[in-house]
Design a protein around this ligand. Structure first.
Ligand SMILES: Cc1ncc(C[n+]2csc(CCOP(=O)(O)OP(=O)(O)O)c2C)c(N)n1
Ligand SMILES: [Mg+2]
Length: 578
């Protein structure tokens, strides 16, 4: 369709004064600072991708749209600008949709741009090529969904999509571009004038002075205060202000997994290794850019030391977040940067450090837990267990704090999150709110593209499989990505047996698989590592060389536990299992 539209162009001299949908979309994206597009080509966006690449936008071609979508989502988190995913109609669009929903759930700004088929035919359901009412399907899964029908609306349409994605609480936006739009022509001068450069796309939202005062009064009254940092705090890029706030208060802080590194996990106030103690025993909790959802046991129950009551202060850009699970006695609504600065200003210079007996008790608990863990991390067992392998990777990350860590799996996720310290903001990227498998290679690719830093992706063998084919993409673009697969022959464990002895058990894979061979097919470096020493050597070599590398880390199939740390979420029946 796009090709046909191109052929319909008028005579050469008239053409010089004309522009078309292809060019206007590219110009609009470039005008708004878009530097990369993640997608999969095909009708009607193949030529668009070629032209975008020729105009010096980086166009990363993936093997599956879901992975391109995850790349765009995490690009949004890393840059505070919407990550762009580009897909073909119906099936490509649907493949990208999981990532769009993931971006929305995780509050990452992203725009899924999808080509679509002829409106007239789709709306009469006459069976067009890849027919689907994509706009209607996307709507419930994103912050906003728009369709552009006319070339003269491209500027405004893209401006709306950008603003919707990044303003307020960020999230996913869908932009529907019917095939015909790309070939539409208009006067070039008029077209240029129709483009919109979005000014102040995510305006600061300043908190009310009363709200700030109330929050500080509650914090001051605390005997056992706690600060929880969520990935919203990492997104805000207000790292210095957050660090000042934490240090000025002297309050122990607990980072959620993607907030690790805003302050280093080794900071004396970090309560990461005393999580259950601080949740249970704190009396006032200041939640910054985190939600009291399942990941924080909804702010209530045994984990929070009930029946003792707690007072919550919450800082969030979204007013509806307040009182969502428990009462918030001091809501502070605004963007994290503005809120934290306002708190710091209102604290002035004579702010008293939080109670020292409490801070002392928390750090004692932390030291105990760290000491308990230490010998397990130094074990040299063969086959490796999670602790032996992660102990080595922990040291490597300590020595290379600017590398970006991508992490997915069950045991591989939960144990790596606890064991590997993070030292800088936005260096740990993981499965997020849904605990979704499949982010691995998409995240790794976008992290390398957007930051230029080396990436260490630690993935369970099951998790890896969801986006494994993108190893070819990593090799094709020569990205500095080192994938370590924790290969325990399956999901959670590789030891399950089907009692009937017919098919393999549902959670196990081919035993002794050599994932390292996969990357060799594409010219990358594959290593089979059976001991912590081998693993260490291989990862260091990969990080030094920046060559695409896949290390098959052989883990004892019996080492993991069901569902990692969240086994209690599995439904149980009173009836005995057959
Ligand atoms: C998209 C998606 N599908 C399925 C799941 C269910 N699930 C949770 S963890 C997991 C895989 C765990 O195995 P692995 O990655 O090998 O980690 P391990 O525990 O073995 O270290 C699966 C399939 C999910 N979280 N997301
Ligand atoms: Mg596994």
């Amino acid at each position: 369709m796009a090709d046909a539209a191109l052929k319909e162009k008028p005579a050469v001299e008239a053409e010089q004064n004309l522009t078309d949908g292809f060019n206007l979309i590219i110009d609009a994206l470039k005008l708004n600072g878009v530097t990369a597009i993640y997608g999969v080509p095909g009708i009607p966006i193949t030529d668009f991708g070629r032209m975008a690449q020729a105009s010096d936008i980086r166009v990363l071609s993936f093997r599956h749209e879901q992975n391109a979508g995850y790349a765009a989502a995490i690009a949004g988190f890393l840059t505070k600008k919407p990550g762009i995913c580009l897909t073909v109609s119906a099936p490509g669009f649907l493949n990208g949709l999981t990532a769009l929903a993931h971006a929305t759930t995780n509050c990452f700004p992203m725009i899924l741009i999808s080509g679509s088929s002829e409106r007239e035919i789709v709306d009469l359901q006459q069976g067009d090529y890849e027919e689907m009412d994509q706009l209607a399907i996307a709507k419930p899964l994103c912050k906003a969904a728009y369709r552009i029908l006319h070339a003269q609306d491209i500027g405004i349409g893209i401006a709306r999509a950008i603003r919707a994605a990044v303003s307020g609480r960020p999230g996913g936006v869908y932009l529907d571009l019917p095939a015909k739009l790309f070939g539409q022509v208009m006067d070039a001068e008029e077209g240029k004038k129709s483009l919109v450069k979005v000014i102040d796309a995510a305006p600061a939202q300043i908190p009310a002075a009363d709200a700030v005062k109330r929050a500080l009064e509650v914090l001051k009254s605390a005997k056992r205060p706690l600060i929880i940092l969520g990935k919203g705090a990492a997104y805000a890029q207000a790292d210095d202000a957050i660090r000042s706030l934490v240090e000025k208060t002297g309050v122990p802080f607990l980072p959620m997994s993607m907030a690790k590194g805003i302050l280093p996990d080794t900071h004396p106030q970090c309560a990461g290794a005393a999580r259950s103690t601080v949740l249970k025993d704190s009396d006032v909790v200041m939640v910054i850019g985190a939600r009291l959802n399942w990941l924080l046991s909804h702010g209530k129950g045994k984990a929070w030391g009930e029946p003792h009551s707690k007072k919550f202060i919450q800082i969030d850009i979204e007013p509806k977040e307040m009182d969502s699970n428990v009462e918030i006695v001091a809501p502070v609504v605004g963007d994290i940067g503005s809120c934290v600065s306002a708190l710091l200003d209102a604290m002035g210079s004579g702010w008293p450090k939080g109670p020292s007996d409490w801070a002392g008790a928390v750090s004692k608990k932390r030291e105990e837990n760290v000491a308990k863990m230490a010998p397990r991390l130094m074990n040299n067992n063969v086959p490796m267990d999670y602790h032996g392998a992660l102990g080595v990777l922990r040291t490597i990350v300590k020595e290379r704090p600017d590398a970006i860590l991508v992490n997915e799996g069950a045991n591989t996720l939960d144990l790596a999150r606890g064991i590997i310290d993070v030292y800088q903001p936005r260096k740990r990227l993981d499965v997020g709110t849904w605990g979704v498998m499949g982010i691995g290679q998409g995240y790794a690719i976008a992290a390398a593209i957007e930051t230029g830093k080396p990436v260490l992706a630690i993935e369970g063998d099951s998790a890896f499989g969801f986006s494994g084919m993108e190893v070819e993409t990593i090799c094709r673009y020569h990205l500095p990505v080192c994938i370590v697969i924790f290969n325990n022959d399956g999901i959670y464990r590789g030891t399950d047996v089907n009692p009937l002895g017919t098919d393999p058990a549902t959670t196990v894979f081919v035993k002794g698989s050599r994932y390292d061979k996969i990357i060799e097919a594409f010219g990358g470096v594959g290593v089979n590592a059976t001991s912590p020493d081998e693993l260490k050597r291989a990862v260091n070599a990969a990080m030094d060389s920046r060559k695409p590398t896949l290390i098959n880390a052989v883990i004892d199939p019996a080492a993991g536990s069901e569902s990692g740390r969240i086994g209690s979420l599995n439904p149980q029946s009173k009836l005995k299992k057959k």
